[in-house]
Design a protein around this ligand. Sequence first.
Ligand code: PLP
Length: 353
Amino acid sequence: FAREFYLTAPPETMPKLKARLMANENPYGISPKAREALVKAVDLSNRYAWMEFGELANRIGEQEGVARKHILFSPGSSDILMAAAAYYTQNGDPSKPRTILTCRPTYDDLLERSEAFGAKIEAVPLTPQYEYDLDAMKARIGPNTKMVYIVNPNNPTGTIVNPQKLEAFVREVAPKVPVFLDEAYIDFLAPAERPNTGKLVAEGLNVIVARTFSKIHAFAGLRLGYGLAQPDTLKALRQYTNNNFGVSITTLMAGIAAYEDREWQTYCRTENAKVRDYTTKALKGMGYEVIPSFANFLLFPIRMKPKTFENQMWANGIGIQTREFGGQPWCRVSIGTQAEMEAFLAEFKKVVG
Ligand code: PLP
């Protein structure tokens, strides 16, 4: 999935899509209240964001049970991932080997950046249920392990780890090695499925929690995210960011309104679950195994060469992604609206014959 293509290809070669199901975006758009705040904030466009960060930090702090000093804002969570990759692969003695421990397949951005900085990636396979294998990971922690990276819910599988098990893992491991929890999709979970990672931060554990407004709040284009960690860690990570200059005041004002709009979040979560169930059932009805997903996308094995399948779907106006692992090609499709998923299924039937 080459983002470079879209940066370099001539505009007339850009595909025209009827369903954008390749980037796990929120198809319902931003909350009406966020839109109102965004329009109002246009008049502040000439200003840098300053004290406005405090207002959102207070609300997040209250919700997560952490203090202001535990929060670092960023334009999307990617910047927190990249800062952690830079810091944990470069601090300390440069002659010592550095390893980032994770499970694969997972979200590769932090891992690829760490590799670019010279670190080795030690990836344990997911369990047979395609979940992060915390026990196997624990056994692999060694003197060179610089950071443990966990994506929960995982991308591309949509699976979660048991919340109590994850909390116990962090309490045991974080005193030895920093644990990075990428929670981009956490807002799609029901309360009982969610680990209390804010509490882990408040307890003083060496854990970095990355959150984004891109998914449940539909801010993928507006760009807003944050990290929760110990103040010393955030100070170190801040060295690898542009010190909050990446977050625009318009996005921030919209973010405050979105964060408060529980009704819109519930609407997006409920619709996503409904359309995800519909799509899962439809694919199963066609004889496809689908990994039970807790997020806003599905992963299922296909019976075609991944690139052939992907190209044909795109040519038919349906943007999806493919993967190859375990000797098997897979389709990863984001959950769009009901109409978009019906279009996906119709084109899917045509392509697979
Ligand atoms: N982490 C995971 C697991 C993701 O899937 C994504 C994007 O899809 C990100 C982080 C980064 O997203 P953003 O920078 O928009 O917060």
